[in-house]
Design a protein around this ligand. Structure first.
Ligand SMILES: O=C(O)CCC(=O)C(=O)O
Ligand SMILES: [Fe+2]
Length: 170
């Protein structure tokens, strides 16, 4: 990635566990569902996560799907002792799209035995420190090789707030 400072990304997360960083852990509880539902129903809508990376721990019920390069959703079948690492929007901005933020969703299992059981997941959303500028691709690599983009700087905090307000608009 031609990092001019190999510790750049690490330093941008140095305030985790303080008020200067919005990294959060969320536990999700998907309640049991009736068997009468038709197949192919969405449980958690398509989205990309908006931090830098996400660590996702799911149980063995399944339903999580990830969008591949062809734009098709493919199952992320649960594997024991495995953590899924998603790239979030901010890492995509930072790297000018070199690393892609992965769209994903959760479907209701077609298997009727699995629908009537609770699904649980645990998600750790890693976000850069609040004041980090997320749309300056030059911050992490050799400035001479890329033209200075003419854009208004956006901080990690501003972007997160914009996404929170859109997602939790009720
Ligand atoms: O429950 C899952 O497996 C996915 C959760 C998720 O994508 C999210 O909370 O952003
Ligand atoms: Fe997600």
């Amino acid at each position: 990635m031609k990092l001019k400072d190999e510790e750049y990304f690490q330093r941008c997360h140095s305030l985790m566990n303080t008020e200067g960083n919005l990294t959060t852990m969320r536990t999700l509880y998907y309640r049991p569902l009736p068997n009468s539902l038709p197949p192919g129903q969405v449980r958690l809508g398509e989205h990309s996560d908006y931090g830098s990376i996400t660590l996702l721990f799911q149980d063995d019920i399944g339903g999580l799907e990830i969008e591949n390069k062809e734009g098709e959703y493919v199952p992320a079948t649960p594997l024991e002792n495995t953590v899924i690492v998603n790239i979030g929007d901010i890492l995509q901005f930072w790297t000018q799209g070199k690393l892609k933020s992965t769209r994903h969703r959760v479907m209701i299992p077609d298997d009727k035995d699995k629908r009537v059981i609770v699904r649980r997941s645990m998600v750790y959303f890693v976000r850069p420190d609040n004041d980090v500028i997320i749309n300056d691709p030059l911050a992490y690599r050799d400035k001479e090789k890329t033209k200075e983009p003419n854009v208004t700087p956006i901080t990690s905090h501003q972007y997160s707030m914009m996404k929170f307000n859109k997602t939790f608009n009720y």
